[in-house]
Design a binder for this molecule. Structure first.
Ligand SMILES: [Zn+2]
Length: 231
């Protein structure tokens, strides 16, 4: 089982929102309740999202993503649990049903009322023409990127799938997460308690290094290229 965080995607040019110098150290994230309550904060959320679009659109999967895709394709790994919202695991060829997204996905939008999926391009076109995001075509509800914001409930289905996947593995490999954001960061501990071996690959020390069987403080691309060459 793989578990990935921001560190795997920084190697594809996507900034780590939480790291020193990251976006959230410069501007506070917009809480879910504020998004629902305030038209102005909804406009601000969409302005910020569209300002990031070129970054997301240009990002390509790197050797870390590709190694996971290969190991899932050949049956060595079951799935990837990710804290990332950038769709790069799917872009690397991992089937969507093998990617467990704990914090959702920012490459499309969802209606908060009926759950209908909406693509971002028409939302952006409407926003740029009218200064407002459109309402849901199906039900008139509010549209938001399909991410989990601060203050928003964790996705129940994904949490249950992540729990099952964690309990069924004998090796749990963390790539690029500092393991400080809960409940996501609880999964490595669950795996370890359940008897799996735990590997942590991250540039900086993490809070769970001390319970890991193997800790590698290095880049993910470099590490996974070496690991794949050795297999
Ligand atoms: Zn709707």
């Amino acid at each position: 089982m793989f578990f990935t965080g921001a560190g795997i995607s920084t190697e594809s040019g996507i900034p780590d929102f939480r790291s020193p110098g990251g976006i959230w150290t410069k501007m506070a994230p917009i809480d879910f309740d504020d998004f629902v309550r305030s038209p102005e904060l909804r406009r601000e959320a969409w302005r910020r999202r569209f300002a990031m679009e070129e970054t997301f659109a240009a990002a390509k999967p790197n050797d870390g993503h590709k190694a996971i895709a290969t190991l899932i394709a050949n049956g060595k790994a079951g799935a990837v649990i990710t804290q990332n919202i950038d769709n790069l695991h799917q872009d690397s060829g991992v089937p969507a049903d093998r990617v467990i997204e704990l914090h959702g996905n920012t490459r499309h939008a969802k209606c908060l009322d009926c759950g209908a999926r909406h693509e971002l391009a028409p939302i952006r076109a409407h926003f740029e023409a009218h200064g407002e995001p459109p309402d849901c075509k199906e039900c008139g509800g509010l549209l938001k990127t399909a991410t989990i914001s601060f203050g928003q409930a964790m996705p129940e289905v994904e949490m249950a799938r992540a729990q099952d996947a964690t309990l069924s593995c004998d090796l749990f490999v963390v790539l690029g997460s500092s393991l400080v954001v809960y409940p996501a960061a609880g999964f490595p501990r669950v795996a370890k308690r359940n008897g799996a071996r735990l590997v942590v690959v991250n540039r900086e020390a993490t809070e769970q290094d001390e319970i890991a069987d193997l800790v590698i403080h290095a880049g993910i691309g470099d590490t996974m290229r070496a690991a794949m060459a050795a297999l």
